[in-house]
Design a binder for this molecule. Structure first.
Ligand code: NI
Length: 171
């Protein structure tokens, strides 16, 4: 396993539309292990392969780790089967958009199908943080960041703050 550098917005690679994984093989399992290690190291609750520059439809998540226990979830080729009309709002952040936290409204409940790390098809019904986080990560696979859901004003404020932080880092 190894840590992979996380891309920070704006970066054209974060806009890439990721490709489906043809087969969950050793290479994909290594990618998954690296992504989990990278996510835990960065203290995140979700990471899409796109965020480490790999344009494949792979997501890792652990929404429980903040409570001190580990419950890693892996989603390969996730597809949304259904989303509720009812919306829910969560304050979101992103490892690729550091230091920015904003409320985002998304469908409150979803049903999705995906392959697990053994390549087996699974379906999942989710609400709450799990539904929000999975939708945030699935957006990454289509080159969409959570700040793209904000009003134009809030989005440009976030991008300016991000550019400032990036500049400070490189000085
Ligand atoms: Ni993100």
């Amino acid at each position: 396993m190894s840590l992979r550098p996380i891309l920070i917005a704006p970066d054209p690679r974060l806009k890439a539309v990721a490709r489906d994984v043809a087969k969950v093989d050793g290479e994909i399992r290594t990618l998954i292990a690296d992504m989990l290690e990278t996510m835990y190291e960065a203290d995140g609750i979700g990471l899409a392969a796109v965020q480490i520059g790999v344009a494949k439809r792979v997501i890792v998540m652990d929404i429980d780790q903040k409570e001190g226990k580990r419950n890693a979830r892996v989603f390969v080729n996730p597809k949304l089967l259904w989303a509720s009309e009812e919306l829910a709002s969560f304050e979101e952040g992103c490892l690729s958009v550091p230091e920015i936290w904003e409320d985002v409204e998304r469908p409150a409940r979803i049903r999705a199908e995906y392959l697990d790390r053994d390549g087996l098809k699974q379906t999942l019904e989710a609400d709450g943080l799990l539904a929000d986080c999975l939708q945030h990560e699935m957006d990454h696979l289509n080159g969409v960041l959570f700040i793209d859901h904000l009003s134009r004003l809030k989005r440009s404020m976030a991008l300016r703050k991000l550019a400032k932080a990036k500049k400070k880092e490189t000085v």
